[in-house]
Design a protein around this ligand. Structure first.
Ligand SMILES: Cc1cc2nc3c(=O)[nH]c(=O)nc-3n(C[C@H](O)[C@H](O)[C@H](O)COP(=O)(O)O)c2cc1C
Length: 478
């Protein structure tokens, strides 16, 4: 059964010993960050800081910080399976041709319809409504790293609406708190929120949710194509529709069971210097000009939980959110690129810097085709390095991948360098958002790919000898 809200999930974590309550008083500035960094890197539990100096609201961090918690969050034993279910839902194995096949397809349509968000009258996020002098000062917003430009809301779910189509977007974009009523809105130019902003001529309504059931939080981080509602994805993940309530001061809806909702507006013409911020690359992202969010109202639970994350040198909590995306979206990528067998976005590459894919190669140049296709697919466009290996290579074993790359690559022939859009957080390119990317074809080559020499065989012991040695192993005295 779906988690009703964040608390229902925390109850499950606590029962399994995966949540630690910290009752000693801690500081929102740097102290929570250092504790979280240590615990996350050691593979520790989610952390609920019950007493934060100067605030009445507890702080939750590291909620998703392990594969076990990520699977629990999405109530699945296999994230790969979730991706396959998603494909099955949208792509029936055969297109229904006969009336009987059409009738058989109906339950699938009904199932899809049952995942659409549902508007309800009210919900716990309306227990307190503050329209007069709402203030961000009541929230224990973390300052994570010493050289951060200020405190940042690090796990916000930013709801916006396309002014023409009315379609919703939900993205996770950090927000630097400038004062009690204004924050930065760090939506990168490639993201859904920024695309909406480009379509408004004046102020655009924005609602920000802090703390919600885990499928809703994950969905905000998922790279869905523009126009597809993240709340529908959340409904699919939790197998129940997300209940939404209308906001008080803006024409938007937010999850009824949220902990805290900030309502307000962004005027896309108003920019302000944002950052620096100790980012998930492990470097401070450079200060830059971003839109400003103006707060008009806070609605929240009577005793809300402030949900945050600390990002920094990987692996941190966001690495597991990214892994979930890698697994869930792989079957969707394979719909378009059936030769792709597996994919790994290593933590060190922070999603956009490195993707390793294995392929079943059937024709010359296929590895390069796959690179170009990935660069043409949604946010994959921002991938700086794509490594392609043969299907037998385990992409999750970096030693095996590097062995293949270092031995199989003739740089002049096998490296493809192209120019194009880059992630806003890439600090290596001379120009922000634009620079070069590299594809490395580490597959075996034949004469049709400019390799007239024979390709060597990999060394392997014969099966009989392996079996013999296994049988006699204890007799050798090891
Ligand atoms: C913890 C965390 C923080 C993030 N911060 C930002 C951010 O500040 N700006 C941004 O554009 N993307 C950020 N992202 C990535 C986006 O949330 C992600 O690309 C998402 O797909 C955006 O949704 P959209 O495609 O609807 O814009 C962050 C992701 C995570 C997990």
């Amino acid at each position: 059964m779906a988690y009703k809200d964040l608390r229902a999930f925390l109850a499950v974590l606590e029962k399994r010993g995966l949540l630690k309550r910290i009752s000693v008083e801690v500081e929102a500035e740097l102290e929570i960050s250092e504790i979280t960094d240590r615990v996350c890197k050691a593979g520790g539990p989610a952390l609920l800081f019950e007493k934060v100096r100067g605030y009445d609201i507890p702080v939750l961090t590291n909620t998703f910080g392990s594969m076990e918690r990520m699977c629990l969050a999405l109530e699945t034993e296999s994230l790969d399976r979730l991706g396959e279910e998603l494909v099955e839902l949208f792509m029936p194995e055969t297109l229904p041709a006969t009336l009987w096949e059409k009738i058989k397809a109906l339950p699938k349509l009904a199932q899809l319809a049952s995942f659409f968000p549902r508007v309800v009258k009210t919900g716990p996020c309306k227990e307190v409504i503050i329209k007069d002098n709402p203030s961000l000062a009541e929230l224990p917003v973390l300052k994570c790293w010493p050289k951060d430009g200020g405190p940042f809301i690090t796990l916000p779910l930013v709801f916006t609406k396309d002014p023409v189509t009315g379609r919703r977007n939900v993205g996770m974009y950090r927000m630097q708190v400038f004062d009690e009523r204004t924050t930065g809105m760090h939506w990168h130019i490639h993201k859904g929120g920024a695309e909406h902003a480009r379509r408004y001529e004046g102020p655009m309504p924005v609602a920000v949710v802090i703390g919600a059931d885990p499928a809703v939080v994950y969905a905000a981080t998922a790279p869905l194509p523009h126009g597809i509602d993240e709340m529908l994805l959340a409904g699919f993940l939790r197998k129940e529709p997300v209940e939404m309530v209308r906001c008080e001061t803006v024409d938007l809806e937010v999850p009824a069971n949220a902990e805290i909702v900030l309502e307000g507006y962004v005027d896309p013409r108003e920019l302000r210097l944002e950052g620096p911020f100790g980012d998930h690359t492990g470097f401070y992202s450079l200060p830059d000009y971003y839109p400003v969010f103006h707060l008009t109202c806070i609605t929240r639970r009577r005793h809300p939980i402030y949900m945050a994350t600390v990002v920094g040198r990987p692996p941190m909590e966001d690495a597991y959110l990214g892994k979930a995306t890698e697994r869930i979206f792989l079957p969707l990528i394979r719909l378009q690129l059936p030769e792709v067998k597996d994919m790994n976005m290593p933590f060190e590459g922070v999603f956009h810097n490195c993707v390793i894919v294995s392929i079943k190669k059937s024709y010359p140049g296929q590895a390069k085709k796959v690179m170009c296709a990935l660069w043409g697919m949604g946010l994959m466009a921002l991938t700086k390095v794509i490594i392609v290996v043969d299907e037998k290579v385990n992409v999750h074993d970096l030693s095996e991948v590097f062995w293949q790359v270092f031995n199989n690559v003739d740089p002049r022939r096998d490296i493809l360098i192209v120019d194009g859009p880059l992630d806003a957080l890439d600090h290596s390119s001379p120009t922000p958002h634009y620079g070069s990317k590299m594809g490395i074809d580490a597959t075996a080559k034949g004469p049709s790919e400019g390799h007239p020499r024979q390709w060597p065989e990999e060394i392997e012991m014969c099966a009989e000898i392996k079996e013999l040695v296994s049988r006699k192993w204890s007799s050798y005295g090891f």
